[in-house]
Design a protein around this ligand. Structure first.
Ligand SMILES: Cc1cc2nc3c(=O)[nH]c(=O)nc-3n(C[C@H](O)[C@H](O)[C@H](O)COP(=O)(O)O)c2cc1C
Length: 342
């Protein structure tokens, strides 16, 4: 089944999941460049939006280059969610996504996020209110149920289809599992057998082959990657290549990693200023230098640096040192990287 998101009709899309404090505009653009077909903002509080709280309104910013992009909102009150959805629509996304999966107590215990799994009438009221408030497509992202004794995903899929949602994303864990244990893809497979709307499968796609396995096993219409993209934003390129001609591209070189990292950092600084940009960027160093020899030493240096120039110098000399080391180990090797990162 194709997935229709406004002007976009997508066949087997690979999505970057919404992730609080991770999928800001800079990270979304990097993943988009590597092949993510759909991206989502971090979740945004509907209460915060209608009060015009800075933290919430800042997250509404999207860019032409990342389309199709969805703005994800959460909340437990249909009227507030409808108003927030209208505000989100004004920011120009391609669709609105309703969060019905966040397990964090301060969200779920207030009847928002996964809290909606305990009250499906309220979930329906929220979906209906949002759907009728906006003219762009609406989707929903949720979990299997509150806990293993209350698997509600079949009812939720029916509600979403009845209300005319564009897609349903299933994170194949319960609220009680948080992010622990294994995602159980068999539930996605079962829902897909009867669901009357497109399904994104989500949970434990950590390597490119996992995405193909999820398509194959569950027959889902799209897949969604979260943590696997933090540790490896190249995962989208790899998935698309495997889905294409079936071969995995070579792993990114140290130079590619370094250049992408610096470019991403520069985008963050442009968006947030140098101090905040650098602070908030620290979580990404792990992904860019994951699996690189001596990468952990570099990471521990980078997280202490307070200027962009300092970071560029540290990364630049690390790349040169690594190339010199490689040249010394393999005397026949020519062409150590010489072009500057800066
Ligand atoms: C740091 C982090 C932040 C997250 N924030 C959100 C969020 O804002 N909205 C949402 O729907 N899910 C959020 N999630 C859940 C992910 O979108 C995804 O459903 C979950 O991590 C399972 O996918 P994975 O196994 O590929 O990581 C978050 C997950 C992580 C790790």
């Amino acid at each position: 089944m194709k997935i229709n998101l406004g002007k976009y009709e997508l066949e087997k899309p690979v999505a970057l999941a919404p992730m609080e404090d991770v999928t800001d505009l800079g990270f979304r653009l990097v993943c988009k460049e590597f092949g993510a077909d759909v991206v989502y903002t971090e979740f945004i509080s509907s209460e915060g939006l209608i009060r015009s709280a800075r933290k919430s309104t800042q997250k509404l910013v999207t860019d032409e280059k990342e389309r199709p992009v969805g703005i994800q909102i959460f909340g437990g009150d249909p009227n507030v969610m409808a108003e927030a959805a209208r505000m989100a629509e004004d920011a120009g996304p391609d669709f609105i996504d309703i969060n019905a999966g966040c397990w964090v107590p301060k969200v779920a215990q207030r009847g928002a996020g996964a809290g909606l799994l305990k009250d499906l009438d309220q979930m329906r009221a929220i979906i209906h209110a949002v759907r009728t408030a906006v003219s762009i497509p609406v989707s929903l992202k949720t979990r299997l149920g509150w806990d293993s004794n209350s698997i509600t995903i079949f009812e939720v899929a029916k509600i979403c289809a009845d209300e005319g949602l564009a897609a349903l994303t299933i994170h194949a864990r319960t609220r009680a599992q948080h992010h622990d244990g294994e995602a159980n893809w068999d539930w996605i497979r079962q829902v897909k057998e009867t669901a009357a709307l497109p399904i994104f499968g989500n949970g434990d796609i950590r390597a490119a082959q996992d995405a193909l396995d999820m398509f194959e096993f569950t027959k889902c219409d799209g897949v969604m990657v979260a943590r696997g993209a933090i540790t490896n934003p190249w995962i989208f390129r790899d998935i698309k290549a495997l889905m294409g001609d079936g071969t995995l591209p070579p792993a990114p070189t140290l130079e590619e990693r370094a250049k992408t990292c610096v470019r991403h950092l520069e985008m963050e600084i442009e968006l947030k200023g140098e101090r905040r940009g650098l602070m908030e960027f620290r979580k990404y160093y792990h992904g860019y230098f994951h699996g690189v020899p001596n990468g952990s030493t570099l990471r521990s240096t980078l997280v202490r640096l307070e200027t962009l120039e300092g970071v560029k110098d540290a990364i630049g000399s690390f790349v040169i040192r690594s190339a010199d080391k490689l040249t010394a180990e393999l005397p026949g090797l020519k062409g150590a990287p010489t072009d500057s990162l800066v």
